[in-house]
Design a protein around this ligand. Structure first.
Ligand code: WTA
Length: 656
């Protein structure tokens, strides 16, 4: 409830300036409404028109939406295309020498790659992959540092019709193993090491560790990009060097034409069970979503220098680094490092140096930069900026105001974009030349996206009331299925109760204010949002319980100033309740263990030990009580169903 009340008090409103609107792709609220009305009238033709105009088809489609096997929707199914062709080849005739990527390494080295150069690199790697017998439909896991080569690897897969599955470089060997195994990958593309904040982190050694855990023999090739030249395990003929296999590879590679519905990629994300979900996206529908959101929400112009700070390990890096900007023929910045190295002004320095016009980042980064140097932006010339963006979690109004005033100098609209791994592109976000902004609200749905808020029975609630966020009609960029688990897909996103199995259930709660603006309140499932990263509480619990010392664990979130949410674990040990020094020692051990099991992002911020957990008589852990305890608040909820009330006292404070 506190979330609702605090944001409801937000009354500031920021209409777009005439200067911005007059140049915008959607230049007035009427223009936005006209697009919505067009979609309202016939949403299928609305999307078909744009798919025809904006995608280069090898074979044009004649079918639009096929919903015979709903919710396994198909869009433009009889059309053929290649996504890499749409991102690279299409620009060669008109702007081959335009810089596609301005890359800045961790230590400040700058490399520019033109569309001609990028096309050549992609073709060479694609040819080299084909020579290793990697074919259309094969799965390729990509575990790479944030460099041009990560984009090249993804595009090369798309070019030959292989399905990539990028795993964030911060994930552990165990997480990597699970994903390789679930995807049945035939190849892995990785690097020797990655460099962030001046530190080297192993990648290839982690891949090898994951391979040793593997009970699968599917992986035939491991392609290694040499980033640092560090010492690594290397096992030919399975392992090959990127530079060696691409050296003599042809610089032209005929794209593999695929059906519109051919899976472009899978990307694993957290859900409410311990097992990550392989979200599967299509080729054409996904590409269309990336393109229209670049136009409507990022108001893309050919003169822009676009910078999305997300890693390609997340959906944001897929849609707004690898696919969206390249499909538009944009010039974009890719940065290998972290915002605070070698100093807390690094982001502002990069914006100044490369004349960035569009800057898209996450609230957690904004909050940490406020803390580390709230006045630092003033020391840089940020006059190139014209648009700012935020993604990953709700942005609190204070952080919004700082971003708006200190970074955007009160000139640049902020697009607060609500969307998910599953939606492929922005769903609810302001068209910045058209919509007046309210700090903390993602405003209105994109044209063609029928977002609504419903109650438990699937009925729409009135403005001002909270409920489940759903999308009522299918849209081209939506998730097609969960890799290898269609039943889980149906159950997770199209449950029978909310929306009668017809609406896409996002997993967030939200409400609309009196003006119809959408405000996201948070997840309705057991998913935490830590620094903009999705983490399943069940995943962390499973990791903890896998440790020999642990009997039982329950994980909840607690509001955190910088990260949005912090991970709090309540743990029952197999042995005695720990005291004194033991507490710190076991806490460290378990934190490191979770980092190894999942990745450092999942480390609990705090661990509290108990002789038991609060449970109902039927043995169900009462997580809502743990959430209250984690926040340090008094329990006011009904505890009559609690079997062991005395345990609350023990779990109230950090263990000593
Ligand atoms: C949250 C990231 C509020 C939300 C693109 C969603 C947001 C989950 C916003 C998806 C936003 C994302 N305002 N909450 N602008 N953007 N979220 O799959 O809870 O990593 O369900 O996709 O992040 O996270 P994911």
């Amino acid at each position: 409830m506190s979330t609702i009340e605090s944001v409801l008090n937000e009354t500031r409103i920021f209409p777009p300036s005439d200067e911005f609107s007059s140049q915008a792709n959607v230049s007035s609220f009427q223009a936005y409404q006209a697009l919505c009305a067009e979609a309202e009238q016939d949403y299928q033709h609305f999307w078909a028109k744009r798919a025809k105009e904006r995608i280069l088809w090898h074979k044009p489609f004649t079918q639009i939406l096929d919903d015979r096997n709903a919710p396994f929707y198909k869009w433009f199914a009889d059309g053929e295309l290649n996504v890499s062709y749409n991102c690279l080849d299409r620009h060669l005739a008109t702007q081959a020498d335009k810089v596609a990527i301005i890359f800045e390494s961790d230590d400040g080295e700058v490399i520019r790659s033109t569309y001609r150069d990028l096309h050549q690199r992609v073709c060479q790697l694609a040819n080299a992959l084909k020579a290793r017998n990697i074919k259309k439909g094969d799965r390729v896991v990509i575990y790479m540092p944030m460099r041009i080569e990560a984009v090249v690897a993804m595009q090369a897969c798309a070019r030959i019709g292989a399905i990539h599955s990028v795993v964030f470089g911060g994930f552990s060997a165990k997480s990597l193993h699970e994903r390789i195994h679930d995807a049945g990958a035939v190849a892995i593309i990785t690097a020797d090491e990655q460099v962030r904040g001046g530190k080297h982190h192993p990648l290839k050694a982690t891949v090898d560790e994951a391979m040793r855990m593997s009970d699968t023999t599917s992986v035939q090739s491991i392609v290694v990009y040499q980033r640092t030249g560090g010492e690594i395990p290397f096992n030919p003929p399975r392992d090959v060097w990127w530079h060696e296999i691409t050296q003599n590879a042809g610089s032209e590679c005929e794209p593999e034409w695929v059906d519109a519905e051919h899976p472009l990629f899978t990307l694993y994300t957290s859900g409410s069970t311990g097992k990550p979900k392989g979200v599967q996206h299509s080729s054409a529908g996904y590409l269309l979503g990336a393109i229209v959101s670049m136009q409507w929400i990022f108001d893309y112009k050919p003169t822009d220098i676009f910078w999305c700070t997300a890693d390609v390990g997340w959906i944001t890096g897929h849609s707004y680094v690898t696919y969206g900007p390249l499909a538009m023929g944009a010039t974009q910045v890719i940065f290998e490092g972290i915002p605070t190295y070698p100093h807390a002004g690094r982001f502002w320095e990069i914006i100044q140096k490369h004349q960035v016009t569009t800057f898209y980042t996450a609230p957690t980064a904004i909050r940490s930069l406020i803390k580390l140097g709230g006045d630092l932006p003033a020391q840089y010339d940020l006059s190139s900026l014209r648009l700012l963006g935020s993604v990953g979690e709700p942005i609190n109004p204070e952080a919004w105001m700082w971003f708006y005033e200190k970074v955007g100098r009160s000139r640049c609209p902020i697009v607060d974009t609500w969307w998910q791994t599953e939606t492929g592109c922005h769903m609810i976000a302001p068209t910045p030349g058209a919509v007046a902004l309210k700090p903390g609200s993602c405003t209105f749905p994109l044209p063609g996206i029928f977002a609504a808020i419903v109650d438990e029975a699937g009925h729409e609630v009135e403005n001002g009331k909270g409920g489940f966020l759903v999308i009522k009609k299918p849209f081209p960029s939506q998730i097609r299925t969960l890799w290898g688990d269609p039943e889980r897909f149906k159950k997770a996103y199209f449950p029978e109760d909310t929306g009668h199995g017809k609406y896409y259930l996002a997993g967030d709660s939200a409400y609309r204010d009196k003006d119809g603006y959408f405000w996201i309140m948070g997840r309705i499932d057991d998913v935490l949002n830590v620094s903009g990263h999705r983490l399943g509480t069940m995943e962390i619990e499973s990791a903890l319980v896998a440790h020999p010392l642990v009997a039982e664990a329950a994980v909840v979130g607690k509001p955190h100033e910088i990260k949005g949410e912090a991970v709090i674990a309540f743990v029952v040990l197999k042995g005695k309740y720990p005291h004194g020094e033991e507490v710190a020692r076991i806490t460290d051990t378990l934190r490191d263990w979770v980092a190894k099991e999942i990745g450092p992002i999942a480390k609990p911020d705090e661990i509290r030990f108990g002789e038991n957990l609060p449970k109902t008589r039927s043995g169900k852990i009462m997580r809502r009580l743990l959430r209250t305890l984690a926040k340090g608040e008094e329990i006011t909820q009904d505890i009559s169903t609690l079997e062991n009330p005395a345990i609350l006292e023990q779990l109230k404070y950090p263990s000593k």
